[in-house]
Ligand binder design. Sequence first.
Ligand code: SF4
Length: 210
Amino acid sequence: MNKAMTIVYEVDEGLYLNITNRCTNRCEFCIRNNGDGAYGSDSLWLEHEPTREEIVDAVFSRDLEKYSEVVFCGYGEPTVRLDDMRYVALKIKEKHPALTIRVNTNGHSDLIHGKNTAPSFADAFDVVSVSLNTPNSQKYEQICHSVYKEKAFSALLTFTENVKNYVQKTLLSVVRQSLTEDELSECYAIAEKIGVSLKVRDYISSESGV
Ligand code: SF4
């Protein structure tokens, strides 16, 4: 495993932020299982977890005018640093109020922090994309191996349902190759019931991206 301090990296027109390597899942399809980077980036394994000031400095070392969005994504679960993530997002909003800020999350924020965290997304974030991954708790446990075990799946659904009231757009996402056609249909039904869109993406290796 190569380590570096790649706090920001570009993906298409977005600026992605890598603020932690900690995660509450061990997904079998995780890009981290077969490489060190994403989208041709340098290693996303961090030499140390950057302070909020280091993240702000890394963000503002770039010309933010040239990006269509800033994405908290990382090589880990960004909401383990919810307060720091919000701090950085608000700093960006101060100077670039029109720039879209997205969070890609596994939806475990409430379990991580032991409370309803959805209100913490208000004003700081525009889009929240939650990895649904599977249509039920059993399969989620089988392929995501969460530290929260059977609580993980229902918690991510509750989080999604709550956070959609605080941001402009909320999505659930799945990896097409992980699901049967029937399971994919079930995922669409879950998204519809919660009242959000389902994003179906292809599996991407570390050679090409997350
Ligand atoms: S939640 Fe994301 S970062 Fe964590 S193991 Fe799964 S795919 Fe990897």
